[in-house]
Design a binder for this molecule. Structure first.
Ligand code: MLT
Length: 333
């Protein structure tokens, strides 16, 4: 089943179907019997948000590549760290895995005092896709460009609000960088995910979000919100009218929001390989590729879809971002 952006109503747990196919190469003994029970794919945020959307697209197609049933379970709260703890402590047999991203598997380690280690307690399975954020505002906001937004914020110091997916989430971190680059002030409003934040933006309850493109683009296309800029050096192919932050007046505010899949540490390698093969096959599917592209997501080349490549990338991102986030003194509030 597929949940739309309004799918907060979809319920927290959804069976996605039966994984019926076979991996291309005969798997070793442990993987042959895997999965002997349903696989739970934990989404660390509310249903209907960007991570949930990508998880559902991917899982539906991966269903054709592996035996069994996959169930999506939304475990929201504390910027994804409640889900992180749950999966880090799960039995490492491949039947509990998680989708995560730059926030859950990099930023959270620098910002929260966690009961688990964002790198050491997981086996990386596969990098899925990367996409920028969009700086978006409620439809009636009295600003149509990023420069007008900055002017409006300066006219309304502390009166404006920006929704986030929780303290320390990517939306919060991007907002902190934006404040320091522009000399503006506004209040952060934390939600259990970008899905519920978007519902309030559309309703005009908050002023703006530093939001993943996956979440915003459908609402921009139907005219429910307005876009000011994309946080990347180039425009999105699927939304070429939205200027880059460089063009719009906040040069260098680049945020690439990547997603991956992880299993608990010590999950047997042949099971990790089987999960990786299913995801690689899903990412090669033209329908998945088209859907991801429409949502502003770039799928990595094949040589970056291995579990080792995700581990190396997560390490590089940690080395890059932890000093920046710690220097910015971003706290879970
Ligand atoms: C979500 O699905 O709610 C998001 O991935 C949250 C975020 O922006 O970190």
């Amino acid at each position: 089943m597929t949940c739309s952006a309004k799918a907060a109503l979809c319920g927290a747990v959804t069976a996605l179907g039966v994984w019926m196919g076979l991996a291309a190469v005969a798997p070793p003994a442990v993987a042959q019997s895997f999965p002997s029970r349903p696989v739970t794919l934990v989404v660390p945020f509310a249903a209907g948000g960007p991570t949930d959307t990508l998880a559902r697209i991917l899982a539906e197609r991966a269903a054709a590549e592996i035996h069994g049933t996959v169930v999506i379970e939304n475990v929201a709260g504390a910027s994804g760290s409640i889900a992180g703890a749950r999966v880090a402590r799960a039995t490492p047999d491949g039947t509990t895995i998680t989708i995560g991203h730059w926030g859950t598997h990099v930023l959270n380690g620098a910002i929260y005092k966690l009961s688990y280690d964002v790198m050491a307690d997981f086996e990386p399975v596969a990098l899925i896709a990367s996409g920028p954020q969009l700086i978006v505002g409620r439809k009636a906001l009295k600003a149509d460009t990023l420069k007008e937004l900055i002017a409006w914020l300066k006219d309304n110091p502390n009166g404006a609000t920006a929704g986030t997916a929780g303290p320390g989430s990517g939306a919060h971190v991007a907002g902190v960088f934006f404040k320091s680059k522009t000399g503006t002030e506004f209040q952060f409003v934390p939600y259990r995910g970008a899905g519920p934040a978007m519902i309030d933006l559309v309703a005009g309850q908050i002023d703006m979000i530093f939001d993943q493109a996956t979440n915003s683009l459908p609402q921009i296309r139907n005219g429910a919100i307005k876009a000011f800029a994309v946080t990347s050096p180039t425009r999105l192919a699927s939304a070429p009218d939205i200027p880059t932050v460089d063009e719009a007046g906040v040069p260098g505010l680049y945020i690439a929001y990547w997603h991956g899949i992880w299993a608990p540490k010590n999950t047997p390698k042949d099971i990790v390989d089987k999960l990786n093969a299913a995801i690689v096959a899903a990412l090669a599917d033209p329908a998945v590729r088209a859907r991801f592209a429409e949502l502003g997501q770039e799928i990595p080349p094949l040589d970056r879809q291995s579990s080792a490549a995700l581990g190396a990338f997560q390490k590089a991102e940690t080395e890059k971002w932890w000093p920046i986030v710690k220097a910015a003194d971003i706290k879970p509030e």
